[in-house]
Design a protein around this ligand. Structure first.
Ligand SMILES: [Fe+2]
Length: 299
């Protein structure tokens, strides 16, 4: 029997200080596509089937408002809800029709550090495949800073069915499908956003996207390189409102045979920050931005 778990990271709801400016960046430069707007909020899709992968809402200060996970069907939503209820999950809502663009059936709840999460199934999808070189296809992963990484990993495993892929001194990488990780938790003082990664079709697309960002005045803050855990190629940027965003691609596809790595398995020679040994370290600006964006409701 298939384990009970979510099947993907679908979308992030972001509070931004200027919806129009952010939407212009994420469409014209980052190369998502506007798919809906409602009550002043703008929804953007990648080239993959997900109805939207980013929702932009007006806010006084930048914040992550909600993180949505995909479930395969309505029964899975109900089963995940029943399990969450049994585990005494905080702020657990009832499964119901999801309001707003994309719709579907789902429920919301909070994690241990107050991040608002949602599970949804039967949401609208795009049938047409319009994969385009150097356009993001979907969300690849999101990395959350956490003061309690071990507990966070356990919680996402117990409630959402995630599996630990690798644990380093810096992060836990957890998966819910064949992608090596869809979420990671980085050891930090509090529960801020580390970054959001958008999947590109291949390395060439990451490189071309990185060049496009540089042309538009957004320097590469870290990369291009190839990560250790997950082996995905990366280029990091600071987007509007100091939200840290990554173009990534070629993430390892793993299954139940994947040997879970531990910190002693992930040691590199001093000064090396990627597999190739070509990338310098992250910029100071990036380090600072990786702590700046909060989660609405976070403790
Ligand atoms: Fe990443």
């Amino acid at each position: 029997m298939e384990p009970l778990r979510v099947s993907a990271l679908r979308s992030v709801d972001l509070g931004v200080t200027d919806v129009a400016a952010s939407a212009e960046f994420y469409s014209a430069i980052w190369r998502l596509e506007r798919v809906a707007s409602e009550n002043g909020s703008i929804y953007l899709r990648g080239t993959g089937p997900a109805h939207h992968i980013l929702a932009l809402h007006e806010a006084r200060a930048p914040a992550i408002l909600k993180v949505t996970f995909q479930a395969s069907d309505r029964d899975t939503v109900d089963a995940l809800h029943a399990r969450a209820s049994g585990l005494g999950v905080a702020d657990l809502g009832q499964p119901a029709a999801v309001q707003g663009p994309g719709g579907g059936y789902g429920f919301e709840f909070g994690d241990r550090e107050g991040r608002l999460l949602r599970v949804v199934a039967n949401d609208e999808t795009h049938a047409e495949s319009n994969e385009t070189a150097d356009h993001p296809t979907k969300l690849s992963h999101a990395v959350f800073n956490s003061a309690e990484v071990d507990e966070a990993t356990r919680y996402y495993s117990d409630v959402l069915g995630f599996t630990l892929s690798d644990r380093t001194r810096i992060m836990d990488f957890i998966r819910c499908n064949r992608d090596h990780h869809s979420i990671a938790f980085a050891h930090a003082a509090g529960s801020t956003l580390n970054h959001i990664a958008y999947e590109m079709p291949d390395l060439e697309s990451v490189m071309r996207g990185a060049g496009r960002l540089r042309d538009a005045g957004y320097p590469i803050e870290w990369g291009v390189g190839r990560h250790g855990p997950g082996a995905n190629v990366f280029a990091y940027f600071i987007g509007p409102d100091d939200v840290v965003i990554e173009y990534t691609g070629e993430v390892d596809q793993v299954d139940d045979d994947y040997p879970t790595g531990m910190p002693e398995d992930w040691t590199w020679p001093p000064g090396r920050v990627d597999r190739w040994g070509v990338s310098g370290p992250p910029s100071k600006r990036l380090h600072e931005a990786q702590q700046r964006v909060t989660f609405a409701g976070a403790k």
